[in-house]
Design a protein. Sequence first.
Length: 360
Amino acid sequence: MYARSDFARAHIFKHCPEACISSAYRLPLILRELFSYQSDFICLQEVDRWVYDKYLLNALRSYRNMDGIFLAKRAVITDPNDPTKVKVDTEKEKGEGCAIFYCRTRFELVSECGLPSILHYASNVPFLSTMLNNFNSTTLSHGSTGHSFGEENTETHIQKSLSQCLISGVFREKSTTSQSPLLIVSNAHFYFHPSASPIRIIQARTVRHYLSKLAMGYRQSDNKPIPIVFCGDINQCPGSDVYTALTQGNGFPSDDEVAYQPIFESAYVNNPPEFTNWVPGFHNVLDVILYNTDSDLKCIHVLPIDPLQKIKELLTQLINADGQSVPDSSQLGLPNAYFPSDHIALVADFSWDSLKHTSK
């Protein structure tokens, strides 16, 4: 949906031929890639509702024996009398959201949960609500060098950021015993605007708070933390304040109800990619697979991501082989005729002591 929008076509994906941006072209390539990973869990962002219902769920059920859960973002309603004003309706769904697919021969869904609006949840947690209430145009303008919302647009962007959701599932390994280990898998897509890192910091702290609270409700008999895997497009690179707020946080206030402080680490900590998102003029690591290292969960392998220069060389070879003219390297990017998404997939293998086998 977003890739086909007028704004995306005019400003972000204008390098991609019109025929290659269509769903009919991209979806089979995406599905072929998903099949190739042979995963136990798949987390996707910016999934159109119809693509989930009519395409992905049916295909993954048939060919990979997977089931899925989906949560749509909240609808952003434009004021009919003033197109510059928008408001989020937390009771209505937008046409796209986040999905988690899981292998139903290995895992069963114990509980489907999540946050239809991440920041709506934040407004009901005292210390997070204070952060929201302290928001203003200066906060946003100072959040990122070289960008500013402008004072008149601050409320608009805060409203838009209220639409972002977090989907989570509590899963149990299928076994003959009810003592099979539990696992939390969670997935989110943070607000995208270049100046919005202060908003993303609140989203990050909110997600951390929610997952910590969820984990406390499923404390294991040996008192070890339940394993958590968080996947997401956080629209911020490692080392940023947003990344730190998500992985380490600053602790929760002493009067907060959540006592558990998970220690999150990237699955790619020992093999960090150069990028996960690449369009002309921009590339960076915006996506994460995080897990709580204070649990029994261990990351044993990740799928390496080639350097950008190597990807450019491969893309040039493919274009030449098809007899097409190769554009200037500054005009290369994702998606294109060979890579159907503007993001590169992160893939990791995990194991934990109480699970009989590794899981991807």
